[in-house]
Ligand binder design. Structure first.
Ligand SMILES: [Zn+2]
Length: 430
């Protein structure tokens, strides 16, 4: 469907979703009244901009005020068939409920995303990510099974089993975080004494953190495994994977079409930005057909850049890249710096640098007094360390416009994380 044909469908569905919310969600009834907007104010998709944003903090408060699922719950508990949870910085779980229909929509959109990433019925896929509670766990199982591919639920912390199973099952695909793809290559060399390529994975389906789309990280995974690396993006509050990259590897296609309406906004002013190549901003989701916890203008904190609106694969949906999360962002003398961008720069020196980095913070962010303190590992290819250090510092300065001091440490010094990478080390008591 062409984007132009899609809009009338989205508009009709959003009108119905607003009717449903006003009838069933005390949270949104109050919120709309407080913002002075009425259902009648929505006549076209552009009118959505008149409606207030929803933040993760509001959802947490709503859940604490009215357990188990919050004042924003719009279905009856008897109709809820599954719960997922995400753990935030506060340590308290944030629950998301699904009715049968919600679960079917999650499966459909997530399957569409895995299909975009090149998964076909003939694939055997090792799931080397969390299975329990995580929105990328059981919903990934449902989606892979819907495609007709074979799902192998290995889970996390089981690298030995990944190797063992790969040797006997000859799986073609693996679903994991980009951090794990790099960790596992190290593990296979070190523990199994094998070349990672000999395990035969041809498709790395990555997600849950930015990384697989960072050119240097992608190049490293591709080189280690001899596989095609694609990434996906979504969240537990809306749909597990809403954006996914096709094997052309030129950004993640929008796959939410008739279920999730997306806006790109200026994160400071809240202004809606046009969806066209080169535009950067925060991704905002509105559900179009959801029963348990429909959300209007949910701020994801994901910072994205639109890459284009056409593709060799024939899909007509726009493509984007996630450049980082607002939560992780540092501000050095007014300049926004995503830790993943620092890793990207350091990784570009591979094999002189391993690509492993840590940013040291003396005090809570996001404000950081310059210079930015970076610890990075030099690799086997490193000759003159003093010159290398200067080259990395100069590149950080020229690309990110902030001054940094780079402390070089030997390969293998920094901790490896099996799941999501941790690019920031806090040197202060929280
Ligand atoms: Zn494509």
């Amino acid at each position: 469907m062409k984007p132009g044909d899609l809009r009338p469908l989205q508009q009709a569905k959003l009108a119905r979703q607003l009717d449903y919310l006003i009838a069933r969600s005390p949270f949104y009834r109050d919120k709309f009244a407080a913002a002075g907007v009425r259902r009648e104010d929505f006549r076209s998709l552009e009118d959505l901009a008149k409606f207030p944003f929803t933040t993760k903090e509001e959802l947490r408060e709503s859940q604490q005020a009215s357990p188990p699922l919050g004042r924003h719950m719009a279905a009856d508990m008897i109709d809820v068939i599954r719960l997922h949870a995400s753990t935030g910085t506060t340590g308290l779980p944030s629950f998301v409920g699904l009715t049968r229909k919600d679960a079917e929509i999650w499966t459909k959109v997530t399957a569409r995303s895995f299909y975009t990433q090149g998964i076909r019925p003939s694939d055997i896929l090792i799931h080397a990510a969390s299975l329990t509670m995580f929105a990328g766990g059981l919903p990934a199982k449902d989606a892979i099974e819907l495609i007709g591919a074979t799902f192998v639920p290995v889970g996390t912390g089981a690298s030995e089993r990944v190797v063992l199973y790969a040797k006997s099952l000859h799986p073609s695909a693996i679903h994991c975080t980009p951090s794990y793809a790099i960790y596992l290559a190290d593990y296979v060399r070190r523990e199994a004494k094998m070349d990672p390529r000999d395990l035969g994975f041809k498709k790395f389906v990555c997600g849950a953190e930015p990384g697989a789309g960072i050119p240097a990280v992608r190049a490293k995974i591709t080189e280690e495994w001899g596989a095609c690396v694609t990434e996906g993006l979504g969240n537990a509050d809306m749909v597990p994977i809403i954006f996914a990259e096709c094997p052309d590897q030129s950004g993640m296609h929008y796959n939410g079409q008739e279920y999730v309406y997306c806006e790109i906004i200026d994160p400071e002013s809240g202004e809606v930005l046009p969806i066209e190549a080169g535009v950067s901003g925060e991704l905002v989701y509105t559900s179009l057909e959801r029963e348990c916890v429909p959300l209007v203008r949910f701020r994801t904190r994901d910072r994205v850049t639109i890459l284009g609106t056409s593709c060799k694969c024939g899909r007509t949906s726009y493509k984007l890249r996630c450049v980082g999360r607002t939560d992780d962002m540092l501000i050095v003398l007014g300049v926004n710096v995503f830790p993943s961008a620092v890793r990207d720069i350091v990784s570009s020196f591979y094999p002189q640098m391993t690509g492993e980095v840590q940013i040291l913070l003396d005090q809570p962010g996001p404000g950081v007094k310059p210079p930015l303190r970076v610890v990075a590992e030099y690799g086997n290819g490193a000759q003159d360390q003093a010159a290398l250090q200067k080259k990395v510092e100069d590149k950080v300065k020229s690309v990110l416009s902030v001054s940094a001091t780079v402390q070089l440490v030997p390969a293998g010094t920094l901790p490896r994380f099996e799941m999501k990478g941790q690019l920031i080390k806090k040197l202060f008591e929280e």
